[in-house]
Design a protein around this ligand. Structure first.
Ligand code: IMP
Length: 405
């Protein structure tokens, strides 16, 4: 059996949760392969709004197990709060339903302080200030703290070395250094809180992957990829499909369909190029209709028309086999919908309703024309569309494929 990968094709916030959720329902495992508390997924659990950051989206189903892969970084305080909220919603994640790879790195207070120090200076790029870049930096520098380190006698020395080495950068910015004691305290608390969740041996996955359905879930989007995105205005991990193997115990041969998710328009948070940005009334209207405010930071998202050249690039980079479009309802009643390709805009007649009059599963002719244009230009089928905020607001445009073929 091969397993589907779900990832964003734009700058994050594409609404991946809806399709992941639909696949999760049919799965045994949902596995996160990159990112950390910078991600924000808004989920509804037992009528309660839940914003998750590090926990995979399988949390909604009690039959689904969740795995935080080696490519992820974990902020222990943030994860502990998430687990509390999830438990309060009546779906506690016990040790069998949440596994954390022993190789994942920890985001400690010093990483958050480093992010703030960098962002406060001239080189800020508008990060989420969750300490993500510094956590991946210390990982690359081979002085980071892994989950495994929490259980080793060398922990105190490692945390002290990390703080001694990196505090200079914080002090340089005139900010107060992050003490070894505070970082150690957070690490020790993490050890006590997550002890039972640690996955020490990933080899069972090779067996599991033979007969249990898994979904590999990415965070952010391909255009924010550290290597292939709009550097330096990127996140600090790889977000494209290859990261699904690098960041988990799944070899490439076990990965199957790559489902790329894109909005029918675009948004971006933080700085960086945005060719089709509508910093005007159109953008403001769509932001309000689409509720385009960051789930993690609350920042208003920049809004623009869909850029098909970027979408095509993201599809190629991630070897995407099918696209799911989201938020088609948000553009309802727009008189005109623009799309950018080959250095110019093409104007489409807007749609007043997602569905054809009298139908619940056939798209309106205007929306269908827009979708067909996207599909033809990018060269990958648009399998389905998100049509509203609820879980059920989704329509398959083509016959539902077997995602685990
Ligand atoms: P960082 O990942 O916090 O270092 O931020 C780097 C860039 O990625 C900034 O432009 C952030 O706004 C953006 N970013 C990080 N995570 C997300 C996300 O989940 N959705 C959208 N943008 C994100």
């Amino acid at each position: 059996m091969r397993h589907p990968v779900v990832l964003g094709l734009q700058y994050g916030d594409e609404g991946k949760g809806k399709i992941t959720d639909s696949l999760a329902r049919q799965s045994s495992w949902v596995i996160r392969f990159n990112g950390g508390s910078n991600a924000g997924h808004t989920l509804w659990l037992n009528g309660k709004k839940l914003v998750t950051h590090s926990v995979p989206s399988g949390v909604l189903y009690t039959h689904v197990k969740n795995y935080i892969g080696a490519g992820c970084v974990i902020d222990p305080k943030s994860l502990e709060n998430e687990l509390k909220e999830i438990a309060q919603s009546g779906s506690a994640l016990d040790k069998d339903r949440l596994k954390i790879d022993f190789r994942a790195h920890l985001t400690l207070p010093i990483h958050v302080a480093l992010d703030a120090a960098r962002e406060g200076g001239k080189k800020g790029i508008g990060t989420t200030r969750k300490g993500i870049g510094p956590t991946y930096s210390t990982k690359m520098d081979r002085v980071g703290i892994r989950v495994a380190d929490l259980f080793d006698d060398s922990l105190e020395g490692k945390v002290a070395f990390l703080c001694d080495t990196y505090n200079a950068l914080i002090v340089q910015q005139g900010l107060e250094e992050s003490s070894t004691e505070e970082n150690l305290e957070v690490a020790i608390r993490a050890r006590d809180t997550f002890r039972d969740h640690v996955a020490w041996d990933a080899t069972p996955f090779y067996d599991l992957a033979k007969d249990q359905k898994c979904v590999l879930e990415g965070a952010q989007g391909v255009l924010l990829d550290l290597d292939h995105g709009t550097y330096p205005f990127v996140t600090s991990s790889n977000t494209l499909a290859a990261a699904a193997s690098a960041g988990t115990p799944f070899p490439m041969s076990r990965l199957g369909e790559v489902i790329g998710v894109a909005k029918v328009y675009m948004t971006r948070v933080g700085s960086g190029p945005f060719e089709t940005e509508q910093d005007n009334e159109d953008g403001e209207r769509i932001r309000a209709k689409g509720g385009e405010f960051g789930a993690t930071t609350g920042r208003p998202r920049r809004v623009g028309w869909l850029n098909l050249d970027e979408l095509k690039l993201a599809v190629r980079l991630s070897d995407c086999t099918q696209i799911v479009l989201t938020k088609a309802d948000v553009l309802c009643d727009e008189p005109v919908v623009n799309v950018w390709a080959d250095g110019k805009y093409t104007e489409f007649k807007g749609w007043t309703s997602v569905y054809k009059e009298g139908s619940k599963d056939t798209l309106s002719p205007e929306l269908e024309a827009y979708v067909k244009h996207i599909e033809d230009y990018v060269g990958v089928p648009v399998m389905g569309l998100g049509t509203g905020p609820d879980r059920a607001d989704f329509v398959w445009r083509k016959e539902t494929p077997d995602f685990w073929a």
